[in-house]
Ligand binder design. Structure first.
Ligand SMILES: [Zn+2]
Length: 316
């Protein structure tokens, strides 16, 4: 647009009634947000990417589709863009994705997201789980030095599948009738080293075998493991052959020199507090939330940039 035309457009804006000016502002903000999303989506993608379907390198640029660069694979003759093959492929309203990432960072409920972004609750739900799909797969590859492990328990929930339940639904975020291990509680193993590398997994059961199977890939033989001395954890440590220091918390002992479980316990408390806002999450999505919390907790001050979070939803 020429300078004179732009000046005329700006002059017209001044004559608009207030409500129409607000509509223009909203429209401009949406366009800007869409541009920011596109920047995030395409940043980090090579100029000539390989075909995500056949891995061919015979790729040419092939116009644009919805602001995204489209590519054509000469080998399989199919087109793709930066979102092809990612959890966010074929989702609409890209202009609101930065807002969605921000809402996840802020831990908004689905209804709050729906109101803030002017989308249906079902859309907010679909977006949430598409955004959480990749962070869920990011676990630390190996704990280093002194590591701490502990179990945390979350209420079993079939949220969203009430018709499949044989019992009356529990009040959202209620309490288990039986304390400790029971079918009402879903166990999660949290393992964290002293430099903050963290892994957590939903366990099928709290047995030495299950814990050993879960910890083995991330626990090198020279790791020193501190636990609260629970039977299953202690037996798993023995099976794994790592140096193990149980801390008898029930006897009032919290620290034995360098050996303690205060880091993992603090992480568990932060995780539990953060989960409260969701008022009980469906067990089948629990791993998604654990992954999201790991992403948040890695960020200083628990406040990552929404653009970073959007990038995390697209590529690890
Ligand atoms: Zn191809």
């Amino acid at each position: 647009m020429r300078t004179r035309e732009l000046a005329r457009l700006i002059g017209t804006l001044g004559k608009l009634p207030r409500d129409q000016r607000k509509a223009v502002v909203a429209e401009l903000a949406a366009l800007e947000s869409c541009a920011s999303s596109i920047d995030v989506i395409e940043t980090g993608m090579p100029g000539r990417p390989d075909c995500p379907r056949c891995a061919s390198r015979q790729i040419i640029k092939h116009g644009h589709c919805g602001d995204l660069q489209r590519f054509l694979c000469r080998h399989c003759n199919r087109t793709f863009n930066a979102l092809t093959g990612t959890p966010l492929a074929r989702l609409h309203l890209r202009g609101k994705w930065i807002g969605q990432a921000e809402a996840l960072r802020d831990g908004l409920t689905l209804h709050q997201v729906s109101e803030r972004l002017h989308v249906a609750v079902s859309t907010a739900f679909r977006w949430r789980h598409r955004f959480l799909a990749l962070p869920q797969t990011v676990q630390t590859q190996a704990l280093i030095g002194i590591a701490e492990a502990d179990e945390a328990y979350f209420l079993s929930s079939c949220k969203g599948q009430r018709h499949e339940l044989g019992r009356a639904s529990r009040k959202r975020g209620g309490k288990a009738k039986k304390p400790g291990v029971s079918p009402e509680q879903v166990p999660v193993l949290i393992a964290r080293d002293r430099i903050g590398n963290t892994a957590n997994f939903v366990l099928a059961s709290v047995t030495a075998q299950e814990i050993r199977r879960t910890l083995r890939p991330i626990l090198p033989a020279d790791t020193v493991l501190c636990t609260d001395g629970g039977t299953a954890l202690a037996a798993a440590a023995r099976y794994l052959g790592v140096e193990h220091h149980p801390i008898n918390l029930s006897a009032g002992i919290h620290v034995k020199g360098a050996w303690h479980v205060q880091n993992v316990n603090a992480y568990g408390s932060r995780l539990k507090n953060w989960m409260i806002r969701f008022k009980g999450v469906a067990t089948k999505y629990l791993a998604n939330y654990l992954g999201w919390f790991r992403a948040l907790d890695r960020s200083p001050e628990f406040s990552p940039d929404p653009a970073q979070l959007l990038a995390l939803a697209i590529r690890v």
